[in-house]
Design a binder for this molecule. Structure first.
Ligand code: PHE
Length: 439
């Protein structure tokens, strides 16, 4: 009995331990850049998932799902994560003893559409649900587009104060600051009325929830009192300023109004970095409906979410988001520090020239730009494209042609002009194969 169980497990580990896709099942369908599945399954994190007409995960993307950079010791993303967790856990204590916030960084990125959208009150027709912006495994499952997708479950499981970190997946443009996989950290803090009371003007008469029929304040959710929101907003903003200052030292910052379906009011925090305003996070007061549906109707709370790459690029002067995926010692060794608070400035180990090449083609039917970007990442050698820009757009009769400028650059080696030509020719061939006519 035991032997059977053991060998089954061993077999499982052997056959399903890798998240590498069965690449043969992923290919662009004729006349389109859309990645679709001709075979029946997608292999992801050691399991097979049925593919269907909604499947649009690319082979390039699937190769990244088991890298878990935020768990890799002394990786810059892991260091930033650790600094944030330390800041939050040292500053906020329960009974002056144990950390108020617990931290979870090993939650599977495979979620339902309900988790990613519905439970967060994202309307059915909201732009963020579009196929061109998300990676769907099939009609039920997707790769999470943000860490906020776990908030409802975590709250329902009984947590009031928590942080989550993980890899998130979004279809986007190709440039130095965008990559289809990146890492986010989310945080939620819930309060019972008695926890807000101590900050109230008149604690005895303090109410977190507005009486029915009381005059509505359009700047807050109608169920909350203005005072409760003020106290929470202060708590949220002071937590975040403390956090950002622990990472960047004293810096100029500003709050910008924002809109998220799951918070109201909502804000974004921008910091002045190298003379530019850099958006570092989104946050707000959690929609009460989410708390009601998560079985804590009597609590109120705030949430924030931040991108780790964005912070790490600014903190360590990392010029290109592709570098985080590098396995090159010349990159990794620069972050092997004994103390994560030691300032690090990344020293580029090459200044290899970039090589620009243009491609123009008549668009195939149903052309979507993000499909083209995934196509490029799939067909060309690993991450050799630094940037793609649409530089010309022209129509003749019912046909439209786009001209894209691709900038090629490799961070770990010199890319010769001949090599860039060769890679670029491969792209032209691949575009032709799916019915695009290269001009
Ligand atoms: N999930 C949001 C994003 O990905 C960030 C956010 C989290 C905003 C929590 C508000 C509250 O941009």
């Amino acid at each position: 009995m035991n032997t059977l169980t053991l060998s089954r497990r061993a077999l499982n580990l052997l056959t399903s331990g890798s998240s590498l896709p069965t690449t043969s099942c992923l290919s662009a369908s004729p006349s389109s850049f859309v990645q679709s599945s001709h075979l029946s399954t997608i292999r992801l994190l050691g399991r097979d998932y049925p593919a269907d007409e909604e499947t649009n995960v690319s082979a390039h993307l699937l190769k990244h799902t088991d890298r878990l950079l935020h768990l890799q010791k002394q990786h810059p993303l892991q260091i930033v994560k650790q600094r944030i967790v330390e800041n939050m856990q040292a500053k906020y204590l329960w009974n002056n003893r144990s950390p108020l916030f617990s931290h979870y960084d090993n939650i599977s990125p495979i979620v339902t559409r309900a988790q990613n959208f519905d439970e967060l009150l994202v309307p059915g027709d909201h732009v963020s649900r579009q196929r061109q912006d998300n990676y769907f495994i099939n009609k039920d499952l997707m790769l999470r587009a943000h860490m906020t997708c776990h908030d409802s479950d975590m709250i329902r499981s009984g947590l009031d104060c928590f942080l989550t970190t993980g890899d998130v997946y979004r279809r986007d443009t190709i440039d130095r600051t965008h990559y289809p996989v990146f890492h986010q950290m989310d945080c939620v803090r819930l309060f019972s009325t008695w926890e807000l009371e101590e900050f109230a003007q008149d604690p005895k008469n303090f109410k977190a929830f507005a009486d029915e029929g009381s005059p509505a304040d359009p700047n807050i959710q109608s169920c909350h009192t203005t005072e409760a929101v003020k106290i929470m907003e202060y708590s949220l903003k002071s937590t975040l300023i403390g956090l950002v200052q622990s990472l960047f030292g004293r810096c100029k910052y500003r709050w910008v109004e924002a809109t998220f379906p799951f918070t109201y009011p909502s804000f974004e925090l921008e910091i002045l970095y190298n003379d530019e305003w850099l958006e570092v996070l989104g946050c707000g007061i959690l929609m009460q409906d989410i708390l009601v549906k998560s079985a804590v109707p009597k609590k109120v709370g705030w949430a924030f979410g931040l991108g780790l790459e964005r912070l790490a690029m600014a903190m360590y002067n990392i010029p290109d988001i592709r570098l985080f995926w590098s396995e090159d010692e010349r990159f990794l060794k620069q972050f092997r520090v004994d103390n994560i608070h030691r300032p690090i400035k990344f020293e580029p180990y090459n200044n290899y020239t970039s090589r620009a090449r243009d491609i123009a083609f008549w668009l195939p039917a149903n052309f979507v730009e993000n499909d083209f970007y995934d196509f490029v990442r799939d067909k060309l050698p690993r991450d050799t494209v630094e940037d793609i820009k649409l530089i010309d757009n022209f129509s003749k009769g019912d046909r439209t042609s786009h001209c894209y400028r691709l900038t090629y650059r490799a961070w770990d080696r010199h890319l010769t002009s001949e090599e860039a030509n060769h890679i670029h020719d491969t792209l032209a061939t691949e575009v032709t194969k799916i019915g695009g006519v290269v001009r």
